[in-house]
Ligand binder design. Structure first.
Ligand code: MN
Length: 655
């Protein structure tokens, strides 16, 4: 308040005008004071009384609040009505205590993990950020593809559509018609919307690698991240261009990203480096506490980020994937994927989705919103603590371009003390393509073979035999020098592949215990059982024994299955046919007993014996009453080893 005007007042020389000015000035000052107090009440005096430095985020829907203001925050939150911020947990996590030996309600399943670690399993509270869920992206009525609906291309543009399809192997014309900020339906399980997450979470940097990506898919990925992530948790978006040749990915992209409301950078590998090395380049520049890798043709849905970070804040050694929904490559319709599948792999070391077994559903108390512990991940989309990413050995730099790196990381995480999960409340759509539009220098299969060989050599122990036998094209020599990766496994004191199969993936298609792996030869005809490259639900065949593995490699398992890759010999009728059917591990029609003396393979359900093919159909083995003729004798002997012969001669147990 002005001293001059006060003096005047006391001298009694008061005029009406002066009075008005005084009152108005006071009111204005009072108002300013009130605004300042309200605005900065939450600010801490961060030493030296610099509370004026409290800053507001550009987006205007949340304020960064450092730790010292936590108490007043909590008081305010306690006073606020419950549904004010429904998904933020009113209970702070006590991140000071690192005693999360078995976090997140693991039903006693976390046994066998390393108790000691070089990295604290949680964050210090002052490292974490307050957040609030991002507002829903509103529907833009009348525009194509809104709410995730399919785009229909008019008849007169069908030719153009086909032409543009070739550029990226998806319907580019449809993608270009859809708004970059298109709305999506909330596809989450309804219980996800009621879920509570910690009030403070770590920040994440988004790393997106691309090669010749289309403009609209790349930018829609970026906008979906910006629109649907709590802004305080989104540190930056790092785009890594792996030697694209398309004009729009050059300067045009750099200029565009400068206008985005979230710091976004474009890094360039210079020469074609592949996904693995490009991701390593991106990761090197990450300033957030968590790295979130995304593919370049995704759409993040409402609330996608919180469930990922909420797992990592509990335990930094958790690697978390969203459910990957499907964006149609034909219509760009958003189609939900099942929440009942998890990641596995077959003998060829291909990643595969399999049904979640009852065991895991039970562990989660049949709560479909609870994190799912998956044996492997698809690899395109996941979040990982930045420091943990490096501690656990980032990626195998000896791997080229693409392929196998997802399984390599999956095995590494589990075997070396981490946890790999799918957070079912986090859903991100991805454009799945039927064929790849990219060329791989040197040929796809050669690269994938080399990568898989490295993974087999370092992580699979004795089970690498399955890979080499079913894929005779992959020679051990092609793996290159793996000594560094083996040293990493040693240094991290990682567990054996047997431990992984026993504890993490008992349902694995690579059987934990098996009696035999190799060719199965008929004594009479000298022909071998042969899948003939047939698929599930087709007949088993037999042909001249070539001794090269591949279609003639079978495992006879301790559970009495005769399997080839993820299929098992299966007979639903007493007299056959004998089919290849996806192994279910429940005995039944897939249970066979091999008699080492009689050399018979007896089908337990029918009591009949596997019999050589008849002369009129020499390539189809039969199921017939046992008569102990040579045509029912089969040899399981070759250069391959017996693994679990009398339960004592186990390969693969190297530590
Ligand atoms: Mn992709």
């Amino acid at each position: 308040m002005s001293v001059v005007s006060l003096n005047r007042m006391f001298r009694g020389k008061i005029r009406t005008n002066t009075c008005r000015i005084v009152v108005l000035t006071s009111l204005v000052w009072l108002l300013i004071d009130v605004i300042l107090i309200v605005k900065y009440a939450d600010c801490p005096s961060t030493g030296g009384g610099s509370s004026w430095l409290c800053k507001r985020n550009g987006d205007g829907y949340d304020v960064e609040v450092p730790n010292a203001a936590r108490q007043s925050q909590q008081q305010r939150r306690a006073a606020a009505p419950e549904d004010d911020d429904p998904i933020v947990d009113a209970e702070e996590i006590d991140t000071n205590s690192n005693n999360f030996g078995d976090p997140g309600g693991y039903g006693g399943g976390g046994g066998g993990r390393d108790a000691d670690s070089s990295m604290p399993r949680t964050y210090r509270p002052q490292e974490l950020k307050k957040w609030r869920q991002a507002p829903t992206v509103a529907e833009n009525y009348g525009r194509p593809g809104e709410m995730g609906k399919p785009v229909k291309i008019p008849a007169n543009q069908q030719e153009l559509m086909k032409e543009k399809f070739k550029e990226n192997q998806f319907n580019l014309l449809a993608s270009d018609m859809i708004w970059l900020n298109r709305s999506l339906t909330d596809v989450r399980h309804h219980d996800c919307k009621k879920k509570h997450y910690p009030a403070k979470l770590p920040t994440t940097s988004i790393v997106i690698v691309f090669h010749n990506e289309a403009w609209s898919t790349l930018l829609r990925t970026i906008w979906s991240v910006i629109n649907r992530s709590p802004r305080p948790l989104l540190k930056e978006i790092i785009l890594v261009d792996d030697a694209s040749e398309r004009e729009h990915l050059g300067r045009q992209l750099e200029e565009y990203v400068r206008t985005l409301p979230v710091p976004t950078f474009v890094l360039r590998t210079g020469k074609r480096s592949g996904l693995i090395r490009a991701r390593l380049l991106g990761a090197k520049h990450v300033k957030g506490q968590v790295i979130t890798f995304l593919d370049a043709h995704c759409e993040c849905t409402e609330g996608w980020l919180e469930p990922l970070l909420a797992r990592i804040v509990l335990d930094r050694k958790t690697v978390v994937c969203p459910i990957i929904d499907v964006i149609s490559d034909e219509t760009f319709e958003y189609v939900t994927a099942s929440d009942q599948t998890w990641g596995g792999f077959n003998w060829k070391l291909n990643f595969r989705w399999y049904r979640v077994p009852a065991r895991e559903m039970q562990r989660r108390n049949h709560d479909r919103t609870a994190p799912l512990r998956t044996p492997t991940m698809a690899g395109g989309l996941f979040s990982i603590d930045r420091d943990y990413f490096y501690e656990i050995g980032s990626y195998d730099e000896g791997m080229d371009i693409w392929g196998g790196e997802n399984l390599e990381m999956s095995f590494r995480v589990w075997m070396c003390g981490g946890t790999l999960e799918i957070a079912p409340c986090s859903r991100v759509g991805h454009v799945f393509r039927k064929s790849t539009p990219y060329s791989f220098p040197g040929g796809t299969s050669q690269i994938v073979n080399k990568n898989n060989a490295r993974l087999a050599e370092v992580w699979l122990d004795g089970w690498s035999e399955f890979y080499y036998n079913i894929n005779p094209g992959a020679r051990k020599a092609s793996a290159g020098d793996v000594s560094e990766r083996r040293a990493l496994r040693e240094r991290l004191k990682c567990k054996s592949f047997r431990w992984y199969l026993e504890n993490i993936y008992p349902e694995s298609q690579m059987p934990l215990d098996y009696y035999f792996l190799g060719e199965i030869r008929n004594v009479k005809t000298h022909n071998c059982l042969d899948t003939m490259g047939r698929k599930s639900n087709e007949k088993i065949g037999s042909s001249y024994c070539h001794g090269l593995g591949g279609n003639q490699v079978f495992a006879y398992t301790k559970r009495h299955q005769i399997m080839s890759d993820d299929n098992c010999l299966d007979a639903s009728n007493a007299l056959g046919p004998v089919n290849l059917v996806r192994c279910h591990g429940m005995g039944g029609n897939q249970e066979w007993i091999y008699d080492d003396e009689e050399k018979t393979i007896k089908h337990v359900n029918s009591g009949n014996c596997l019999t050589r093919a008849s002369e009129d159909d020499p390539s189809t083995p039969l199921l017939r009453p046992c008569n102990y003729s040579e045509g029912q004798q089969w040899l399981m002997q070759s250069k391959f080893k017996w693994q679990a012969h009398h339960g004592d001669n186990r390969i693969g147990e190297d530590r």
